[in-house]
Write a protein that binds this ligand. Structure first.
Ligand code: T5A
Ligand code: NA
Length: 230
């Protein structure tokens, strides 16, 4: 039986990375084969390339740590988000997509071996952020056509006011209120009935329990993987 592809989406500060980590730990405690992927990765979560290599060799860390912002595309995205480099809106959009495509084969192999994948942001973020910046929605969808389709998308739903209370937005390029508002509107366009809305304003424990309930309700996966994202 193949693993489940579980995607976690939501606006900035909604608790995605916190909850992905907790879900990972929970499934590991239940002895389920599981790995965590992040798009485009998290700068605070990765040490230097050398440290990473050593970690990957000596510890059972998920391989995804090698795929995030430290791939060539990942580094360019990181530098763009930290505002160290400028880039055309379309070029950065395509880079985010390329960053996902780089991981697809590895993800596919893991899923087929029976490993469940928890994915912190996916193509939905890709489309919503770029469309919120003013790019054409249909144009934005094109480069991600044919990615692996998730078995479930959980959307961590949090108001902008609540999100801003969580440490406030920092220095990253997209951490601005008006943009975040437009991103939320774009998410409303891409979500459908199949998405699981999670009230992210609850405590971390409550949010975790709600997400575990969604995962436990997933039917066993006998159908083959589909590479037919929208
Ligand atoms: N992007 C991304 C694109 O433009 N195109 C793309 O294709 C993709 C994939 C970076 C940016 O890139 C854009 C979107 C983003 O703007 P990122 O690296 O995922 O994407 O963003 P991060 O800055 O790492 O993460 P977020 O800001 O989105 O935060 P999270 O992961 O949602 O939230 P988390 O878990 O870090 O928590 C935030 C704070 O809230 C607290 C936490 O302790 C933390 O301090 N918190 C809670 N507090 C109270 N109650 C709870 N229930 C809480 N849960 C967490
Ligand atoms: Na995050």
């Amino acid at each position: 039986m193949r693993g489940h592809l579980i995607v976690i989406e939501g606006c900035d500060r909604s608790g995605k990375s916190t909850q992905c980590e907790r879900l990972l730990q929970r499934l590991q405690q239940e002895n389920k084969p599981v790995q965590l992927f992040k798009f485009p990765g998290k700068p605070s979560s990765y040490p230097t390339s050398l440290d990473k290599l050593v970690d990957a060799i000596v510890s059972p860390l998920p391989l995804c740590l090698l795929i995030d912002r430290t791939t060539q595309t990942g580094k360019m995205i990181d530098s763009y988000l930290k505002q160290s480099t400028q880039m055309d809106d379309r070029a950065i959009h395509l880079l985010f997509s390329a960053n996902r495509w780089e991981a697809m084969e590895h993800m596919k192999n893991l899923l087929e071996e029976g490993t469940t994948l928890i994915v912190d942001r996916y193509a939905f973020s890709g489309v919503c952020f770029s469309a919120a910046k003013g790019l054409d929605f249909e144009w934005c969808r094109q480069p991600d056509i044919g990615l692996l389709s998730p078995d479930v998308v959980m959307f961590l739903d949090l108001s902008l006011d609540e999100a801003e209370k969580r440490g406030g937005f920092g220095e990253e390029r997209y951490e601005k209120r008006d943009l975040q508002q437009r991103v939320r509107q774009e998410f409303n366009k891409v979500m459908d009935q199949s998405w699981k809305m999670i009230d992210a304003s609850k405590t971390m424990d409550q949010v975790h329990d709600d997400m575990v309930a969604v995962v436990n309700a997933l039917p066993p996966n006998r159908a083959p993987l589909k590479s037919d994202l929208w």
